[in-house]
Design a protein around this ligand. Structure first.
Ligand SMILES: NC(=O)c1ccc[n+]([C@@H]2O[C@H](COP(=O)([O-])OP(=O)(O)OC[C@H]3O[C@@H](n4cnc5c(N)ncnc54)[C@H](OP(=O)(O)O)[C@@H]3O)[C@@H](O)[C@H]2O)c1
Length: 310
């Protein structure tokens, strides 16, 4: 039932290689030995032919017969053969080739690793810069960047009065028309109190209301934010968002706005309770001014003045 196990050759690849190598070396040495023997016989033959049989005895160079030069040349060949078998093939044989190949492969691998590292670094840099650019596009633009686009629009008396009891102090029809014309289609940023001073949201404008209240309720389409930065961020798609008041929001935005559209109402309103901040003439340049006289529709004379941030 259980037959004798067949003997299986246990010679592995390395052993086979060693055997092949040994056989090759034996062949090389044998050939050298044969070469040497042939050389000895050949040399004796040349010596005999030249000196004893007088073959070509007239060919003499530097006192030596031709046999001398032939034997010398052949001897050099034998020496070369000897060197090739015992030095070149011994020390620069298959093992040496293998070693050199391994060295080369290692060197190449190191270079590849270095290149990979370089690529990785480059890729990381690219990825980082890409992520940074994308983040830049996605994150709210900083106020300073936005400031050039941000326009404050206000109507203020000579004493900077802008309101009383959460309402305007005057009714100037042309000023309202101008307000409508300038802000039409834009984002209008306002404080909660100003928003509440409107009977309803103004048509064709996106309202952004700033409040500290967490759950401030507004009609559909009105954006509620919790600070000025968020308001500016919410209006980032707009090339020219407007700050439309009131007093608290004007104070916070005057330093960051790039343009100021002020309707200066030429009268003092001592009973006002809300004021526009003082315009620092060193920071602003007047670029346009249109004066309007009082008439039946306008109780006060007023000027439309445009200031640009220096
Ligand atoms: N003449 C004009 O051109 C003009 C234009 C607009 C308004 N006005 C007048 O100005 C007056 C209103 O101005 P106002 O100064 O009293 O009020 P406002 O600036 O309109 O609103 C103030 C409110 O805004 C919110 N707020 C302000 N700063 C904030 C911040 N940093 N973060 C979060 N929320 C903030 C607060 O709301 P919460 O209390 O809800 O937190 C605060 O109570 C009214 O009389 C109005 O008629 C005049």
């Amino acid at each position: 039932m259980f037959g004798k196990k067949k003997t299986v050759s246990t010679i592995d690849k390395d052993q086979l290689e060693l055997i092949e190598n040994a056989q090759k070396r034996i062949k090389q040495k044998k050939r050298l030995y044969v070469h040497f023997v042939v050389f000895l016989i050949g040399s004796i033959f040349f010596i005999v032919a030249n000196n004893f049989l007088a073959i070509g005895e007239t060919y003499v160079l530097a006192g030596q017969g031709w046999w001398f030069y032939l034997v010398l040349a052949w001897l050099l060949l034998v020496i070369y053969h000897f060197v090739s078998v015992f030095i070149t093939n011994k020390f620069m044989g298959k093992d040496w080739e293998k070693e050199q190949l391994e060295k080369l492969v290692n060197q190449q691998q190191k270079r590849i690793d270095k290149l990979k590292k370089g690529f990785l670094k480059e890729e990381t840099k690219l990825a980082q810069s890409q992520a940074y650019n994308e983040a830049k596009e996605e994150t709210p633009p900083v106020l300073k960047k936005k400031s050039n686009n941000l326009t404050i629009i206000v109507a203020a008396g000579e004493n900077n009065a802008i309101g009383k009891d959460n309402d305007l102090i005057w009714h100037l029809s042309d000023d309202l028309k101008r307000f409508k014309a300038l802000t039409n289609g834009h984002h209008i940023i306002m404080g909660r109190k100003t928003f509440e001073s409107f009977p309803k949201p103004l048509p064709n404008r996106t309202h952004i209301v700033i409040t500290r209240q967490a759950d401030y309720k507004v009609p559909d389409g009105v954006i509620v934010v919790n600070n000025l930065d968020e308001a500016i961020d919410a209006a980032r798609s707009d090339q020219q968002p407007f700050i439309i008041g009131g007093g608290e929001i004007y104070k916070q935005s005057l330093d960051i706005a790039g343009r100021l559209e002020i309707t200066r109402v030429h009268s003092k309103f001592d009973d006002a309770d809300t004021f526009f901040p003082e315009i620092d003439e060193t920071k602003w340049t007047e670029s346009e001014r249109t004066s309007n006289n009082a008439d039946e529709k306008h109780a006060y004379s007023f000027s439309f003045i445009t200031y640009l941030k220096k």
